[in-house]
Ligand binder design. Sequence first.
Ligand code: CTP
Ligand code: CA
Length: 228
Amino acid sequence: LARGAVAPDLAGRHVVISAGGTREPLDPVRYLGNRSSGKQGYALARTAVARGARVTLVEANTGLPDPAGADVLHAGTALQLREAVLKAAADADVVVMAAAVADFRPAAYASGKIKKKDGQEPAPVALVRNPDILAEVAGERARPGQIVVGFAAETDDVLANGREKLRRKGCDLLVVNEVGERKTFGSEENEAVVLAADGAETAVPYGPKEALADTVWDLVAARFGQIA
Ligand code: CTP
Ligand code: CA
């Protein structure tokens, strides 16, 4: 269903959205990555622009064209994404972490290409934890009343894991989707449940990523209404 003309209910609001997936380099030609396409984050950016927001999109490795009307920043790694998001969040009314941030990065970066040697097994790759950007943004709240939204893709016990994650991260809303065959990665469509810190649950049926994005903005706008 097309929404038609939309109410500019995000006018005057600065929204920061991260999208895509970080890549953590091992050497100049290799990285640890993930399958996030960035399409959900871009749908959030387009719909936020349509609803009147000033949009900062921090993208990682999507290869997607910049959405019209958004300020786009580019990040490669989790540490770069963190820096860009924290800076943009300083004057944001909403921060939405739709990016898939690598939990770990290689402990060491080889400045030259890693070569194999005859008759030798490869050395194991040591990893270290990346900072949790969502937990950091939600814990610090650069502005009073700032709304923080996270995403989670789960394969098992989707709602129970989602509730636990919402609490652990300290965010206001968590969009939880089940990872499955045709769902989520690279697809144009998505199905999700949006969990709120106040216990509310909003089911979003299988459909375009724009529809899920608009539901997120509906829930955000309702929260602005309560605190304005
Ligand atoms: N996230 C983040 N920084 C990280 C990892 C995740 O900001 N280092 C954010 C993601 O952008 C997403 C949310 O946290 O909005 C949930 O990501 P997810 O990978 O589901 O959560 P984790 O805490 O990493 O849990 P898991 O062990 O299930 O991967
Ligand atoms: Ca993770």
